[in-house]
Design a protein around this ligand. Structure first.
Ligand SMILES: [Ca+2]
Length: 393
C-alpha cells in the first residue's frame, strides 16, 4: 500500500466546484493546451477527438455529486477538428507543476469501446532529445481504454537511448489489470529521483528507474479522448479528485477541500499531512475537510499553489520546434486522426501505449486502433517557459 508518511498535500481538487477556463487564468485548470489550440474554442486533441471549451457551444464538463464529469459526443459544434468527437481535457499547465512526489487521480473511467481516458504529466520545459529520435518527456500515470476496461497502462516517455531494437518507450511501461474495473479506482505514480512507481487502488503495480531527463517540474492533465470504434451517443467519465503530494521539506502544503467521494469510499491521504485550516478554532485533531473548520473550497485549497499570473506563452507557431499545432491543422490530410496526424512522424505509432500494451493483453478492441490513434504522447508539444508555481526538489 502506498505510504505517504512524511509527505505534504501540495495540490488538491475534490471537484466540489468547477474551476476551468480556456487559458487557466484565475482557475485551477485550462481546458485548451496553448501549444495545441486548434481554433478559438478548441484544442486539436488526439485519437478521434478534439477538446472543446464551453464557448464552442458544447460544454463537456459538469460537476455534480463531488465529481467532475467529462462527456464526449460525436461532432456537435463548428469547433474542433471536423468530424472528430468533442470532449474535454483539463491541464494545470501554467498553474501548478512539481518535481517529484506522488500524484493520484480517483476516477470512474468510461468502459464503452472507443473511450480513452488518461491522467498524465508533461514537463514545464522539454529537454531536447540528444538522440534526435523524435522523443520527448512525458509521464502517463494511467491510460485506460474502454475496450479493455480491466487494463491500466502506465508509461514513461524519455529521450534516453533505449537498448538496440527496443522502441522509444517499449521497456518503460507498466501494465496491470484489475478484477473489478467498474466504479471508481485510484491511479497514482510516486515519482522520485531514483525510480517511478505506479499504483492502482493504492497497490504497487510496478516500478521503473527514473530516466535522466525526468528531474524537472511537470504539470498534470486529465482527459477523456475517443478512438476508432466509439459508437455510443455519448461517453462519460467521472473524476472524484486529483491530488498531489511532495516530500520536499520546503514544499508548501495546502488545505484539503471537503472530501466528496460519490461512492463514499475515499481512500484518504495515506499518512500525508495537509495545511492547517485557517479557522478551525476548537476542532482539535480535526480531519481535514471533515468539519466546518476546514470547509475550504477547492479553490482555496489549490489556490495556495496557483500563481495567478503565470501563463505559458500561447503562440503555438513560435513554439514549434518539433510539431507545432499550426502544422497539425495543415497536415491532417487524411482526416482520420487529428492527434496522430498532428505528429506527422513515425513516433506517433510507436508512442501509443496500446502498441506495447497489446502484447500484454488479449484485447483486440484496443489493439486495432494502433495505427490511427494518437496518444497523450502524440500531443507533446514544446512548452515554452512557464513561470508556474512549483514545489521543486
Ligand atoms: Ca470528489
Amino acid at each position: 500500500m502506498v505510504d505517504l508518511t512524511g509527505y505534504k498535500l501540495t495540490f488538491d481538487d475534490e471537484f466540489n466546484t468547477r474551476s476551468i477556463s480556456q487559458n487557466g487564468v484565475g482557475t485551477t485548470y485550462a481546458d485548451i493546451r496553448p501549444q495545441w489550440r486548434f481554433d478559438a474554442n478548441s484544442d486539436i486533441g488526439f485519437g478521434k477527438s478534439s477538446f472543446v471549451d464551453s464557448a464552442s457551444g458544447y460544454d463537456p464538463f459538469s460537476v455534480q455529486n463531488g465529481a467532475l464529469s467529462i462527456t464526449a459526443v460525436p461532432d456537435r459544434t463548428t469547433s474542433g477538428y471536423p468530424g472528430s468527437w468533442e470532449s474535454g481535457l483539463i491541464t494545470t499547465q501554467g498553474n501548478f507543476s512539481q518535481t517529484y512526489g506522488y500524484f493520484e487521480i480517483r476516477a470512474d473511467f468510461a468502459s464503452q469501446t472507443g473511450a480513452w481516458d488518461a491522467f498524465w504529466m508533461m514537463p514545464d520545459k522539454q529537454i531536447p532529445d540528444p538522440n534526435k529520435a523524435g522523443g520527448w518527456q512525458e509521464l502517463d500515470v494511467v491510460e485506460h481504454y474502454g475496450g479493455n476496461d480491466k487494463g491500466t497502462y502506465s508509461t514513461i516517455h524519455t529521450t534516453d537511448k533505449q537498448p538496440d531494437g527496443v522502441r522509444w518507450q517499449d521497456n518503460r511501461q507498466v501494465y496491470s489489470e484489475t478484477s473489478n474495473p467498474a466504479g471508481y479506482h485510484t491511479y497514482g505514480v510516486n515519482w522520485q529521483a531514483d525510480k517511478l512507481s505506479f499504483y492502482v487502488d493504492g497497490e504497487l503495480k510496478g516500478s521503473q528507474a527514473t530516466p535522466s531527463d525526468m528531474h524537472s517540474p511537470m504539470y498534470m492533465m486529465a482527459n477523456l479522448a475517443t478512438q476508432d470504434g466509439a459508437s455510443a451517443s455519448s461517453i462519460t467519465s467521472h473524476i472524484d479528485y486529483i491530488r498531489a503530494y511532495s516530500k520536499d521539506p520546503n514544499a508548501v502544503s495546502v488545505t484539503q477541500g471537503t472530501v466528496s467521494a460519490p461512492d463514499g469510499k475515499d481512500p484518504g491521504l495515506y499518512g500525508a499531512t495537509t495545511a492547517t485550516a485557517k479557522s478551525a478554532p476548537s476542532a482539535a485533531g480535526a480531519t481535514a475537510g471533515s468539519s466546518s473548520g476546514s470547509t475550504s473550497t477547492t479553490g482555496e485549497a489549490t489556490g495556495t499553489n496557483i500563481s495567478s499570473t503565470a501563463q505559458p506563452a500561447t503562440g503555438s507557431s513560435t513554439s514549434g520546434s518539433t510539431t507545432g499545432s499550426a502544422s497539425v491543422a495543415s497536415t491532417t490530410g487524411s482526416g482520420t486522426n487529428p492527434g496522430s496526424n498532428g505528429s506527422t512522424n513515425s513516433t506517433t505509432s510507436t508512442s501509443h501505449p496500446v502498441t506495447t500494451g497489446s502484447t500484454n493483453t488479449t484485447s483486440t478492441s484496443t489493439g486495432t486502433t494502433n495505427t490511427t490513434a494518437g496518444s497523450p504522447s502524440t500531443t507533446a508539444g514544446p512548452v515554452t517557459s512557464s513561470a508556474s508555481t512549483t514545489n521543486s526538489l
